[in-house]
Design a binder for this molecule. Sequence first.
Ligand code: AMP
Ligand code: MG
Length: 343
Amino acid sequence: MKKIFAVLLTGVLLVCCGCGAEQAGQVRQIQNVDTAMGTVISQTLYTTGDETETAAEIMELLRKLEEDVLSRRLDTSEVWSLNAAAGSAEGCSLSDPMEEILEGCLEIWEKSDEAFDVTMGPVVSLWDIDSWAAGEKEGMFAPPEEEQLQNALEICGSGSLDIRGNRLYLPDGAQLDLGAVGKGIALDHILAYLREKDEITGAVISLGGSVLTYGQKPDGGCWNVGIANPEDTASNVGILTLEGEWFISTSGDYERYMEVDGIRYHHIIDPATGYPADSGVAGVTILAKDGFLSDALSTACFILGEERGLALAENFGAEALFVGKDGSITMSRGMKAYYHSGK
Ligand code: AMP
Ligand code: MG
């Protein structure tokens, strides 16, 4: 068996950001690389101030979001409490932001023909690709048994998300997994934070496969965000040239996976089968004005494949770029204004 560990910082490569702290007129550049939410966090900040705590505050914001809201593993989080209450007649109280998140997820579930489904927790747990790929598990990886998968699939389905009077009622055994939207939600929080900071004039923040661009560079130039080549994540298949605020999210079969006997088992599961999605796509990048949306759509479009994925992105006013398993590149009409091959 060939065991392959995931490369975390793969989906999107930052291009032309420079390194270390630099001075350009009155604007200083701060670079910071750290880990949170199970991924590598890379920050490039441009500031007119002399404070250095912004990067640390952003890391703190991410860790709190994980601990208090999003984590499935930590018993301090809202998602944990909601899952722990599954099957109880009383349900569990929902915060307003969580209600908004779940309503957003339900909309994408409906419009994606149920491909995007945040109640896939029981099936995601059976595969547990993230732990395997991160090297947290000892021993030999093997796909789950078919019967186990079918049993787990029976308790999945966003149709059973019952939201009433600021409470969520989940059926017995149901488990929410917000892994497909967590990084996008986090980037939405970071954008709100940056907007409060007058001294920050520009920023590029990358959380694994999701990136936020904000403000502008000291020289007024555009942000260049590379789209990773699924075949070789150290290179890219093109560059998006962007001005101001954008969210760029990539989902790919190369982000977290295990390979056995030449078969790649990755972390994005098709609810129709219970197996890793196989739509002919190796990576999808979404460009949008909202972090939640860009992250949700990249996962959904990966499962749906090019044709249905393009229609879904268009439905939400987002741009999409697909890299096929054969290396082909297909994109929405609007994406062409931002993309160049870099060659
Ligand atoms: P992303 O990397 O944003 O595409 O999200 C992948 C993560 O979303 C996985 O690691 C799972 O936690 C979760 N996930 C897997 N399959 C699905 C699905 N069909 N719908 C929603 N979330 C999923
Ligand atoms: Mg996603």
